[in-house]
Design a protein around this ligand. Structure first.
Ligand code: PHE
Ligand code: FE
Length: 296
């Protein structure tokens, strides 16, 4: 969803935001009085469940970040309070938004070290799967790593890259990089594989699956390869890409992408579950349980 004209607001976003308004950059004051006791209870349930999974699964940088942010376990956090810690650590801040926002506006926020966070939380009858991000995904999943200086710089550079990619026809390729790193990335550490992707860290079932299951491929990070790789929207990933460090990620993505987009645009896309001759294969997936519908 990279063009403003393709932007369709999902039902739940419309319902949650009834009577509220946002600015032209889609930011709004966090409507703290809109949270019900049921909303806070949903936060507490999700928080307790995920936090229990993190030791031995989430990377140290994430664990350090969530501790230093002082995210509250039993109430939906007040962005103003989190921002004091975040600002002090890396100069980032959270801004409240109604839900998914147009790509160009999203990039502009990241480029200025503002992370858009959906203010509302999912409904209790839908704790596990939701088609669009809510506050639990955006905040619990994404924000702790923004406390890490290298990762914080990476996400800002990504935002600047997004502003630029628009005119270079690179948006699809750049979106895949976000998907396979910021959302579904794994990192190799001396203690073993760990999770840093927010899409995984906010999902109980995928937090188990991505590390423990034999089904998915786990491949070494490869920028050009990732930019041509299709992904899954509707199921666990068929392939996870593994970085060695955030420094590696930052360095690999630092060069100007303009010539890269031009060079790889004509190359064929790679199916979500494929393994290619040049891949660094940490684990070859069995493919068990993979959906056979079209990749995104
Ligand atoms: N170096 C990229 C460019 O020139 C910007 C970028 C940095 C993109 C980090 C993604 C991540 O477009
Ligand atoms: Fe996300």
């Amino acid at each position: 969803m990279n063009q403003a004209e393709e932007f369709v607001v999902p039902d739940i976003t419309v319902r949650k935001n009834a009577g509220l308004s946002h600015d032209t950059d889609y930011t709004m004051p966090q409507p703290l009085d809109r949270y019900t006791e049921a909303d806070h209870a949903t936060w507490a349930t999700l928080y307790a469940r995920q936090v229990a999974l993190l030791p031995g699964r989430a990377c140290d940088e994430y664990l350090e970040g969530i501790a230093a942010l002082q995210v509250s376990p039993d109430r939906i956090p007040d962005f103003g309070e989190l921002n004091q810690h975040l600002m002090a650590a890396t100069g980032w801040q959270l801004v409240a938004v109604p839900g998914l926002i147009p790509g160009d506006i999203f990039f502009e926020h990241l480029a200025n070290r503002r992370f858009p966070v959906t203010w509302w939380i999912r409904e209790p009858d839908n704790l596990d799967y939701l088609p669009e991000p809510d506050i639990f995904h955006d905040l619990f999943g994404h924000v702790p790593l923004l406390m890490n200086p290298v990762f914080a710089d990476y996400v800002q550079a990504y935002g600047k890259g997004g502003v630029k990619a628009d005119s270079l026809g690179g948006l699809d390729m750049l979106a895949r990089l976000y998907w396979f790193t910021v959302e579904f990335g794994l990192i190799n550490t001396p203690k073993g594989l760990r999770i840093y992707g927010a899409g995984i860290l906010s999902s109980s079932s995928e937090s188990h699956y991505c590390l423990d299951s034999d089904s998915p491929n786990r491949l070494g990070f490869d920028l050009q390869r990732i930019m041509k790789t299709r992904y899954r929207y509707d199921s666990f990933q068929k392939t996870y890409f593994v970085i060695d460090s955030f420094e590696q990620l930052f360095k690999a993505t630092e060069p100007d992408f303009a010539p890269l987009y031009a060079a790889i645009a004509p190359k064929p896309e790679i199916p979500a579950g494929a393994i290619l001759p040049g891949d660094t294969v940490l684990h070859q997936g069995t493919g068990e349980g993979w959906p056979d519908t079209e990749d995104a």
